[in-house]
Write a protein that binds this ligand. Sequence first.
Ligand code: FE2
Length: 270
Amino acid sequence: MERALKVSGLSLEEVDIIAYSAGPGLPPPLIFTANFAIQLSSEYEKKLIPVNHCCAHLEIGKLKTRAKDPIFVYLSGGNTQIIAFVEGKYRIFGETLDIPIGNCLDVVAREMNLPMPGGPEIEKIAKGKYVELPYVVKGMDVSFSGIQTACLKLLKKGVSKEDVAYSLQETCFAMLTEVAERALAHTGKKEVLLVGGVAANKRLQEMMNIMCKERGAKMYVVPQKYAADNGVNIAWTGILAYKSNWEDPKILRNKINSKWRIDEVNITWI
Ligand code: FE2
């Protein structure tokens, strides 16, 4: 916080609101952050705004790309969801039934002794030939745990890292592109916006771009600086909430909600 104030040249007295990430996530860091934010807000008498972590990833993506009303493909180490704003809420059209995509990439990368985070390392070596992996799309949902296990088995059998990395990317990204395409078709929207840390993957962008072009839609990617977790997306979403007189008695009372789903967020700014 000290560094942020220094860079912006502001003092806390000049700040209007204190926004913090209130969930979803692991309770210990959520509680730690909430306590810090609560202490600041009472000490400096600033309005306190709990922000939904997923919502912040979507809002910073819209701000930075100027996408207006996209299908969000939200892919990170902790989340995998296809989301769109429909009838007053961000609604989840599809999601992972088990592990998030980023987690799947990390586990396979670790087995290959690649540095963490594993996603970018998998991308670097994904230049092999295709080895068949399970392709798991159920309705609008996806599953990565079987693919992860299959990759670990292939590595044990002596299949090259390059082949496994290539096949893993091709399979998982094809599944996500399929679900995103159906969300586009269902909602009639004309934009796709990739957010979250995995959005930086060039092969994912390429596959989504081809799909979008075929459907006459436009694809956007959140700038890398704002793709992974950051304070700016929380602050920006806090501003949107504050300016639109947002309130939610439950989260304001409980301070955090480790399972706060985006479709439960009261959206007052759209
Ligand atoms: Fe995140």
